[in-house]
Design a protein around this ligand. Structure first.
Ligand SMILES: Nc1nc2c(ncn2[C@@H]2O[C@H](COP(=O)(O)OP(=O)(O)OP(=O)(O)O)[C@@H](O)[C@H]2O)c(=O)[nH]1
Ligand SMILES: [Mg+2]
Length: 252
């Protein structure tokens, strides 16, 4: 898929980012290309059900200098009616009379491009999966009321090679990560600093005065993930933490 083809075809572009990591999942090269083509775009902060309202409002005010920003949850359809209105408003639908409005959806892998499309259409028309790389090729999806989406495979910025971030952002699932323990420690560190109550209640462990390695050990113990000699199986515990994180069980 050529991003430039989608930009050329579309009347308006949606850049779908992960609301937990708006900066990390934006793609400045893609935004530049959209601007160069003179096309309007909206930044969609998806997965907003996994982030506190306070953080969302902060992210929106930071990003709104770049483009109109909306937050949605494709999964539970929050904000999708508003998104439909914003699309029609930004593209000035009245100036396109004789055909459907083509809306290109671009974004990092696994940010929920297909889920946002399904949220707006109200039907499961675009295939989704917790394993990134699900959408292949370009897919046109009719959303009614003159809107037609172009679903696309995710694009990773060319300079993104950090495996830990790829794990955190769900680009690679636990079975494809070389350093699953490193990724799990990063998730635990983030949770301990951003929302330790959610981590503590989900795993039923205390984190006070513990570092990330110790917390990983406590989670392993709590789940009975032990090796033959009785020590905690850290790899198995790490894979559990990564799966829970990537499946949206932990809220930051
Ligand atoms: N909690 C939550 N999970 C979501 C939301 N949107 C998508 N997901 C989950 O995120 C994962 C990826 O969703 P997709 O819609 O397939 O993402 P995508 O960007 O189309 O992925 P690729 O096509 O692989 O690039 C799936 O497990 C979805 O259930 C959301 O708003 N909230
Ligand atoms: Mg997809």
């Amino acid at each position: 898929m050529l991003v430039s083809d989608v930009i050329r075809q579309a009347d308006i572009l949606l850049e779908i980012v992960d609301a937990r990591f708006p900066d990390e999942t934006r793609n400045s090269a893609v935004e530049k290309e959209i601007r160069r083509a003179g096309k309007p775009f909206i930044i969609v902060l998806n997965k907003c059900d996994l982030v506190s309202k306070e953080k969302l409002v902060k992210a929106r005010s930071r990003l709104s200098g770049t483009a109109p920003t909306v937050f949605v949850s494709g999964k539970d359809r929050y904000g999708t009616t508003m998104l439909r209105h914003r699309i029609l408003e930004v593209v000035q639908a009245s100036s396109i009379r004789d055909r459907d409005i083509l809306v290109g959806c671009l974004g990092y892998p696994n940010t929920g491009k297909s889920s946002v499309i399904n949220g707006v259409t109200g039907r499961h028309r675009a295939g989704t999966s917790s394993i990134s790389g699900h959408t292949r090729g370009l897919q046109h999806v009719n959303a009614g009321s003159r809107i037609k989406f172009i679903d696309t495979p995710g694009v990773i910025p060319s300079d993104e090679s950090d495996e830990i971030m790829q794990g955190v952002l769900g680009v690679k699932d636990a079975t494809h990560l070389k350093d699953s323990i490193g990724v799990a420690l990063k998730i635990i560190e983030m949770m301990c600093s951003e929302n330790k109550v959610s981590l503590e209640s989900f795993y039923k462990v205390g984190t006070e005065g513990q570092d990330a390695c110790e917390v990983l050990g406590l989670i392993g113990l709590q789940n009975g993930f032990l090796k033959k000699k009785g020590e905690v199986d850290e790899t198995r515990t790490a894979i559990r933490v990564i799966n829970d994180w990537q499946r949206g069980q932990l809220i930051v």
